[in-house]
Ligand binder design. Structure first.
Ligand code: NAI
Ligand code: MG
Length: 365
């Protein structure tokens, strides 16, 4: 890998399916424009790994796929998924192998309400407003490498009355410790508040273990005010009082569900970004919008590119350029506040290109 301090980066692009290839060019255009202001240059290598490829060649990516992107500085992914290809094929044939082989054990999902984007919750206010006055600005830190998404298990007695399926959740001390450390450390750089999602009343082995390890790690961050909350009550509270949350720490499954819920609370899934991070920097991290391939609107040039653009902003921050990442977020915020250009998911009629141009002109392109 290139040292993080240099200004020249090689990025692997995996546009994927559906609207994925429509939202990646906007993200690279913004990267290039912001990069010019900060002395950063990006070289891109595109990969056609997708359900499209699976349909023609029988695999989402080639056998040596991971080796082809191992030395890149980061990966930018659009979305994968296509009607006719089972979703577990696209997930286990591409996303999960990348996340696991590259030790991307953090799934980071910032969520904020933007002025100009209507939250379905009448009391939710833009993220810049203090939380005490209803401003919604939180980040879900999801464990991304183990937990409930394990391959251990099996099915027995297919088609018989006695058929059964078993799936084992796997929680390790290493895995829980490192995600807890990441979450608490992030809290110290935000508002010193963290809530850990649990379900130790119903899931009697793994969740008490999660709680114990999180409590142990918390001791190293005495300045962070934190508590555990059961996932059911927590889900309800994210709807009723989203401004009361800052860092939300969660296992793989709980974090997956909570982050989509929180993104919906913020107004549109088309805006939400995510980073799959290997905080050690030993492997490339992968950045992708939260949304899927949206086959219902694909090919029409109307997808909201902001989720992919904000993901590129997260990538800049991860590569060691937080001021450049903040500039991307500020441009998104300003374009949404202005409100004259909005894609269909935000109640407007703008095209992907028009929405992209609204961001580009705010980063000096
Ligand atoms: P989806 O996120 O693709 O679409 C849900 C709804 O939101 C659709 O009505 C869609 O038009 C709209 N939408 C999503 N992104 C948008 C954007 N950028 N601009 C405007 N509207 C947008 O979720 P869905 O329909 O459940 O899944 C479609 C496919 O995507 C499936 O094959 C699924 O497995 C896959 N998927 C892939 C993900 C990934 O690559 N990480 C994540 C989620 C789903
Ligand atoms: Mg999800």
């Amino acid at each position: 890998m290139t040292a993080l301090s240099t200004g020249s980066y090689r990025i692997a692009l995996i546009p994927g399916d559906g609207i994925g290839p429509e939202v990646i060019p906007p993200a690279t255009a913004v990267l290039d424009a912001v990069g010019r202001r900060h002395g950063l240059t990006f070289a891109y290598d595109g990969f056609d790994w997708s359900c499209e490829r699976y349909a023609t060649e029988g695999a989402m990516m080639p056998d040596d796929g991971l080796d082809r992107i191992r030395r890149h500085d980061a990966i930018l992914l659009g979305a994968v998924g296509r009607p006719g290809v089972p979703d577990h094929v696209s997930l286990w044939g591409l996303l999960i192998p990348i996340r696991r082989a590259f030790a991307q054990y953090v799934n980071l999902r910032p969520i904020t309400v933007f002025e100009g984007v209507g939250s379905p919750l009448s009391r939710a206010r833009p993220g810049e407003v203090p939380a005490a006055e209803g401003g919604v600005d939180l980040v879900v830190v999801r464990e991304n490498s183990e937990g409930e998404y394990s391959e251990i298990g099996g099915r027995f007695g297919h088609g018989t009355a006695g058929e059964l399926a078993v799936q084992e959740a796997v929680f390790t001390r290493t895995g829980v410790s490192r995600i807890a450390d990441f979450g608490f450390d992030l809290a110290t750089r935000r508002r010193d508040r963290l809530v850990s999602a649990t379900k130790s009343n119903g899931i009697v082995h793994t969740m008490p273990f999660w709680d114990e390890v999180v409590a142990e790690r918390a001791a190293a961050f005495p300045g962070v005010e934190w508590r555990s909350e059961h996932i059911d009550a927590l889900a309800a509270k994210i709807v009723l009082d989203p401004s009361s949350f800052d860092v939300v720490l969660a296992s793989n499954l709980f974090g997956d569900v909570l982050s989509d819920l929180a993104a919906a609370v913020a107004g549109s899934i088309g805006i939400a970004p995510s980073g799959n991070l290997d905080p050690s920097g030993d492997h490339p991290s992968m950045f992708e919008p939260v949304h899927g391939s949206a086959p219902d609107i694909a090919g029409r040039g109307i997808a909201n590119p902001l989720g992919a653009i904000w993901s590129a902003g997260l990538m800049l921050t991860h590569l060691g350029h937080p001021e450049a990442g903040d500039e991307v977020l500020a441009a998104i915020r300003d374009a949404l506040r202005d409100g004259s250009v909005r894609t269909g998911d935000l109640g407007g009629t703008a095209s992907t290109d028009e929405m992209t141009a609204a961001v580009l002109k705010r980063v000096g392109a």
